[in-house]
Structure formats: structure tokens, C-alpha cells
Ligand binder design. Structure first.
Ligand code: UT7
Length: 331
């Protein structure tokens, strides 16, 4: 799916993030599996990540991010009429985490539902909210990207344990006077789904649930390096822009080698690329909003800046969104 914005100016007016307090270093994980700080840093760029405690579930991590996003937009919770939560680790399958968050935050008039698109979830969700807002069906949306993948990690599997972390981000989206989203490109390849999956998570395997993430790292690596480049290129072609028009590149934070490869192939100089995988690992749906927040903190999200976000992950899925940041948006 690919498309230019249809003339409606829909932007991000508030941004909030949150990570659990518990820091887990590479050395901490080396107590569980045969790995080392050197291997993890060299092969992934990850130095540490955050893990939720046993008592912390998805909505506990996401709620502070939502409150921060509402405060940064300067809007009342009750004015939100759509809550979308992209996650593969909801508190439970139902009620949805979006419905729980809408209730906890005080949004009695909001439609609320969860969206499952692996690590691409946040990009899918902002595209979905864009459509709802551009059509006039929604007037103000809260879009959450959050995961607590530590809950699904096998502490005996070094090929997955060292990669993931927990984190949440949220944005308020609504009509803006200037700038806003310029287009989206989204895709999925279920044929590659078993390269990154949770076998016992649904109706096919209830008798013998395997409740840990399984991954073919090399396959996902090949997929990731391909789609990060192709999705960005297709979207830029669609909106009639080039890499030179993009001021800030926000790729999914899975592995520094994947990010470096995509940036090099696309032609982004390092100063345009947002990288925070070293401190959070791969936070799945939380990854892109957490990276946006770091870009905001270091002053890169200036009014007029064109920001290209590209995610990829389980499904297999991928997706890009391009936005022009304006003064009305959080920075
Ligand atoms: O949102 C999408 C989520 N997933 C991803 O983005 C993952 C994409 N894939 C990757 O990032 C990389 O493939 C990995 C980081 C998972 C692995 O890096 P690699 O350079 O592709 O390593 P490899 O799988 O080719 O394995 C090389 C060696 C193997 O040992 P042998 O067979 O050569 O003896 C692995 O068993 O490294 C071994 N290995 C480890 N060694 C120490 C695998 N994991 C570890 C580990 N510590 N944690």
C-alpha cells in the first residue's frame, strides 16, 4: 500500500515516551546465556536495555508516555476520540490495551483498539490514524506504540535474549495548519512469517503453547536490510522527493549494522540518522517513538524538518511514513 497525503494536513502535536526503570546490561544477560558484552556490542550495537518487572504490564509502561504526549500537545484526555495501541504484548488479548488505556486516562468518547504489526506496529498505527483523521471520522487521536517483549523472551536462547527491550511511546495526532504527514508506504509478507514468530500465541497451538519468541536472525537481517531501503525509496518516489529533502531519518532500532547499512544504501549522512539502539535495544512498537523523542531532545525536530520513519518486523511487515514537522508539533 502506498499513498500521498490527500490534502488534509494531519500532524503530530504531542509526543511522550516511557521506559521501565530496570536497566539490564549485556553482562547481566551473560549470566543466563553463553554470550559476552563484546559480541553483543559488535554484532548489534546494543549496550543495555530496560526490562519491565514482574508486576509491570504493557499499560503500566504505556500510560506515562500517553500522559506526557497529552501534556506536550496541551490537550485534555477527554478530547481524544480515537485510541490506537500498536503492540504484540498487550496486558491480555482482551480487553484490549487501548480500551484499558482509554479508561485509565479518562477518554469516554474514544473508539479504542489494538493493532498487531510486529515492530512495524507504530508506523501502521499512525497511517491508520491519519486515514481516520483525514476522512473526518476522528478529530483527535492518541497513537501508542509500546511493547514489553522481555515477557516473551526465552532466557535460554542467546539468539533472541540479547536483542530486545521494553519501552513505550505515544503521539497525539490531529489537523494542523502547516506541514503534517506527506505519505505512507506499508507492506507485509506472511510467507516469511516464521522467521520471527510466537508459535503458541493463538488458536493454532493451544494444546502445546510455545510462549517464547523464535527468530531466524539471518533471514530477518536480510529482510530488514532490503525493506528499510526499498520502502523508503518507494515512498520518496511517490511524494516526489529525494533523500536530500529528508532532514531526519528515523529507522527502526533493531541492530546498528542494519541501520548503518540502510543509511549508507539510501545515502543518509550520519548526522541525519537517529540511533538509540545502544541504550534500549529493540523495543518493537516503542522503537520509532523513542527515537523521535531523542531527536526532539537533541534539537533535530525543527519546524519544517522532513522526518522519514521506517519500521520492519514480525509479519513480516514493513512501513514508512514521511512527515513535515511544524511549530504546532512537540519539539
Ligand atoms: O524487528 C526485527 C527484529 N529482529 C532483527 O532485527 C534481527 C535481525 N538479525 C540480526 O540482527 C542478526 O542476525 C543477529 C544479531 C541476530 C545475529 O548476528 P549475526 O551476525 O547474523 O550472527 P549469526 O546469526 O550469523 O551467528 C554468528 C555466530 C553463531 O555461531 P557459529 O554458528 O558461527 O558458531 C551464533 O551461534 O554467533 C553466535 N551467536 C552468538 N554468540 C554470542 C548468536 N547469538 C549470539 C550471542 N552471543 N548472543
Amino acid at each position: 500500500m502506498i499513498g500521498k497525503a490527500n490534502g488534509a494536513r494531519i500532524g503530530i502535536t504531542g509526543l511522550g515516551v516511557n521506559v521501565p526503570a530496570k536497566v539490564v546490561t549485556n553482562d547481566d544477560l551473560a549470566k543466563f546465556v553463553d554470550t559476552s558484552d563484546e559480541w553483543i556490542i559488535e554484532r548489534t550495537g546494543i549496550r543495555e536495555r530496560r526490562f519491565a518487572t514482574q508486576d509491570e504490564a504493557l499499560t503500566d509502561i504505556a500510560r506515562p508516555a500517553c500522559l506526557q504526549a497529552l501534556a506536550s500537545a496541551g490537550v485534555e484526555a477527554s478530547s481524544i476520540d480515537l485510541v490506537l495501541c500498536a503492540t504484540v504484548t498487550p496486558d491480555m488479548m482482551f480487553p484490549t490495551s487501548s480500551a484499558l488505556l482509554a479508561d485509565q486516562l479518562g477518554m469516554p468518547d474514544a473508539a479504542a483498539y489494538d493493532l498487531l504489526a510486529g515492530c512495524t506496529g507504530f508506523v501502521y498505527a499512525i497511517a491508520q490514524a491519519y486515514g481516520m483523521l483525514a476522512s473526518g471520522l476522528s478529530r483527535r487521536a492518541l497513537v501508542v506504540g509500546a511493547d514489553v517483549l522481555s515477557k516473551l523472551l526465552d532466557f535460554d536462547d542467546r539468539s533472541t535474549l540479547v536483542l530486545f527491550g521494553d519501552g513505550a511511546g505515544a503521539v497525539v495526532m490531529e489537523p494542523v495548519k502547516k506541514g503534517g504527514f506527506l505519505g505512507f508506504e506499508l507492506g507485509a509478507d506472511g510467507g516469511g512469517g516464521e522467521s520471527l514468530w510466537l508459535p503458541g500465541s493463538g488458536s493454532r497451538h493451544f494444546e502445546n503453547p510455545e510462549s517464547f519468541v523464535k527468530m531466524n536472525g539471518r533471514e530477518v537481517y536480510k529482510f530488514a536490510t532490503r525493506v528499510l531501503v526499498s520502502s523508503a525509496q518507494k515512498l520518496l518516489d511517490e511524494v516526489g522527493m529525494t533523500v536530500d529533502d529528508v532532514d531526519v531519518y528515523v529507522p527502526h532500532q533493531a541492530n546498528i549494522r542494519i541501520i548503518d547499512h540502510a543509511a549508507r544504501k539510501l545515502g543518509f549522512p550520519p548526522e541525519k540518522v537517529v540511533v538509540n539502539v545502544q541504550k534500549y535495544g529493540n523495543t518493537s512498537s516503542g522503537s520509532i517513538p523513542l527515537a523521535l523523542a531523542d531527536a526532539a531532545t537533541d534539537g533535530r525536530l525543527k519546524p519544517g524538518a522532513k522526518v522519514l520513519m521506517t519500521g520492519m518486523g514480525a509479519g513480516l511487515t514493513w512501513g514508512s511514513g514521511l512527515i513535515e514537522w511544524t511549530e504546532e508539533m512537540a519539539a
